[in-house]
Design a protein around this ligand. Sequence first.
Ligand code: DC
Length: 224
Amino acid sequence: MIVAIDGPAGSGKSSTARLLAKKLGFIYLDTGSMYRAIALLFQRLGIEPGDSRIAEILDTTCIEIRYDEGVMHVLLDEEDVSDSIRSTAITELSSRISTIDVVREKLVAEQRRMAMMCEQDGGGVVMEGRDIGTVVFPDAEIKFFLVADASERARRRLLQYEESGIDADYDQILADIVDRDIRDTSRKNSPLKQAEDAKVIDTTHLSFDEQVTIMEAAIRERRH
Ligand code: DC
């Protein structure tokens, strides 16, 4: 069974998907982390969108997701980059490089391959991103589209930064979220868009527990 969760930055996809996967005994796949790993690679190599070397570099690069005692790790050519992909610079760059066609082709193929491997093992997958229900798995058994007001998403991001001891400014976070929304929804290839058959969950006024409970109930109902 594939559970697809899409939505804009800060809508609570990652934390929700992680907990749902745990409750259901499914594998959790955060596809944004794969775009972030490519952004880190480009940052290190000084590559900007439009560079003629991109296709060649992608051909020889391996992005993997592995689990160690239930914790997800992102590997860029065997190096664990799980922490370094969370910087604000990589957040911004990942949104820009995700508009590149060859980057999307590579990662979508890899996402399908990983989910197929989980299914072959008899397991389910909770996959979250921007285009899971529309492009990666248009036939997913259940699809959710999470939304929340930009101001509420910025407030949650600020809290996350504060909890991790990172200095951040609310107005700057809000401006970044609005910028990312525009870029993620307006790109030509696989823009962030609600699949017609997705259940829309507006989390603006929901607590985390409430939203997980609603989604878990919908998934369990679908399984029966
Ligand atoms: O979910 P996230 O914020 O970690 O994702 C980082 C960037 O990657 C986001 O700005 C858009 C891009 N992305 C994408 O284009 N498609 C996905 N399926 C997941 C992420």
